[in-house]
Design a protein around this ligand. Sequence first.
Ligand code: ZN
Length: 559
Amino acid sequence: MAQAVKELWPDVKLAIGPAIENGFYYDFDKREPFSTEDLEKIEQRMQRIINQDLPLRQSVLPKNEAIALFKELKEDYKLELIENLPDEKISIYKTGDGFVDLCKGPHAESTGQIKAFKLLSLAGAYWHGDENNAMLQRIYGTCFASREELAQHLQNLEETQKRDHRKLGTQLDLFNIYHEAAGAGLVFYHPAGAMLRKNIEDYVRAQHMKRGYDFVMTPNILKGKLWEMSGHAGYYRENMYYFSVDQEEYAVKPMNCPGHMLIYKSKMRSYRDLPIRFFELGTVYRQEKAGVLHGLLRVRGFTQDDAHIFCRQDQLQAEVMGVLDFVFSMMKDFGFTEYEIELSTRPEKFIGTVENWECATEVLQNSMKNKNVSFHINEGDGAFYGPKIDIKLKDALGRSWQCATIQCDFALPERFDLTYVNEQGENQRPIMIHRAILGSVERFIGTLIEHYAGAFPLWLAPVQVMIIPIKDSHQAYAQKVKENLQGQGLRVIIDARNESLNKRIREGTLQKIPYLLVVGDREVSSGQVSVRKRQAGDQGNKTIEDLSSQLQREIALKE
Ligand code: ZN
């Protein structure tokens, strides 16, 4: 691509052009912006270079010769790169007898080996990613060993765009972020989105009840002193929102842990009380740079399904295994069965002793081994207070999404001087586990939207059933059906607008409502409904009793 660009516009200067996941890009310094038509021109030129089957040859030059070469080529960006390289030998590649580029390699042997490629998009990019530097033009492309693989990849890209949760969020009227009016990274749930969230939260609460968690609730703002005690003020201050109340410093909570620790400390705890598991759907606020905010995935205010488990050393492994079990069972209910699991170990900045860190890391590792899950180790990527397990979900398109995290903490109980009375009547430190299963409810909803492409399973769907009376005269019957189903806890609406039946069915389908019930003369006289199930299509006429037992079964199975 760089060769093609240089052949078409000899004055363009080359910056960098790496391979990335699923393709490549190259940054160019060109006065006039590239147009979409230019991309076609470049593709044609690329095809010509491929057809010529030019050999790609590597040579290694002494640094001064490489500098002289790129000076002559007037490639200023390459010169800067070479001058900053520590090596004395510089690797370059040559295509045929013409194009030269700075590159470590390896490369294909000749241009003819490239079988299928496509230029995808244009973007602006600063040199070295620094906004004080020149703005360059980036061209993204991709390339495969066969046309079939390229076609498959392009289809996946299209599917990814269709599933974009920001687009579906608007289309299904789930949520909005009013950047201008209310602030960036702050989410407003519209009625359908709030219902979806309520369904998720009801389920999450019920699951925690079943697994022996105690529910707590803690304030959103807390004294700065408390954040000093927890260590957040030292390690996390730049991500927190501070302000003052009665001349005293306060901060909006970025995490729920200190609140839960105060509750633990509120009375004497005995070894018999442990483990204690405090759960809260806790809303937190964190400062994120405006540039990284992204729909529901990166926000400034979000709610965590957060719990802190206080236990004895001999209970730790069982607790961690219990949490792993909880994660897998909950995610299965949400339709996720594939994971990527990472164990992150001690970072450079940390609280606590090295010995405690090693002990905690081993417990996490053994728990996963006992559960027979495979994982890989992220050296040095732990939180400042302990090692952690991160669980990423694989969605319907095979993409990974961060969700659950399990963090072991020997440090915070020390800082808060948490104790329990052991069998010998002595005070002992409990160990603490921080854990979240969905992680951020906001991000999880974004994940669910993309995983299901907005077509939520019946148990989660904000509206489960829409009734469409064919004519005004069928409205009273539609209302009766609605009340009947509503009485059984189902979420039902009627679309009695003065629009054609087809149009209303089409809109209900676009809204991805699981069941559409059409009622007309025949249904009124037989006391039935005509059922259309999302994806499955026409299911014929059913009695209300048959339909509602079908719905209840589907809800129970979380299909
Ligand atoms: Zn915590």
